[in-house]
Design a protein around this ligand. Sequence first.
Ligand SMILES: [Zn+2]
Ligand SMILES: [Zn+2]
Length: 267
Amino acid sequence: MIDTHAHIAATWEGAEYEGGTAGVLARARASGVEHVICVGAGGDAAEMAAAVACARAYAGVSAITGIHPHDAKNVDAALWQTVSATCALPEVVAVGETGLDFHYDSSPRDVQVAVFRQHIQLARALAKPLCIHTREAEELTLQVLREAGADAVGGVIHCFSGTAAFGAAMLEFGFYLSIPGIVTFKKAGELVETVQQAPLDRLLVETDSPFLAPIPYRGKRNEPAYVVETLAKIAAIKGMSVAEVERATNENAVRLFGPRLRTQLAG
Ligand SMILES: [Zn+2]
Ligand SMILES: [Zn+2]
């Protein structure tokens, strides 16, 4: 199985793991995880560099880099040059996470939209998919993606927990939905509905570590080893075997992010 979104080399407080990145990856491998995408998207160059270094240091790890919508206000010409150069590296399989977060509003909304558009243009120039973060901004997210022609490269709505209507619209637009541990929570009603209705060939799984640990780890620091719980829940919802869902989501990840996703965590 593949954890398509985990902050395992993050430089911010709260993202420290027992045994460091090596410990995280050893436990992931022991629980059957074959590949991890390490997301380096904060507000500076160090965050991106840490993810790329992680992907270089460990077999079975790839990177996604960009500037998080929270930090869109930090983007100036120099930082953007670093984003462009970093996203072009072979270890980087997608551009992001970018998008709109109108829940926290950590950056002004117009700045978030402008930086979101910059990421889409970059993804198109590099012919790499997009990793989208969106919260309380579904309509505008879809509008910006449409206007900027994001369907040319495709991508994923990471940590999908939106409305069923938004999920359906993104599937129609050609994007994938990455299902987080939230689907295991008791109150996951609408997300369960989305998973039921989405075609299996358009779903991915992720942890979004260190956040949102699935049941039975809820409240603890999340890590890639726990993605197995999310996969099992999807299998239960769809009435399929875990092996079937694992095979399909692995294939989906390779289709979206490229053949690098076939490389496996080593012991
Ligand atoms: Zn996010
Ligand atoms: Zn994230």
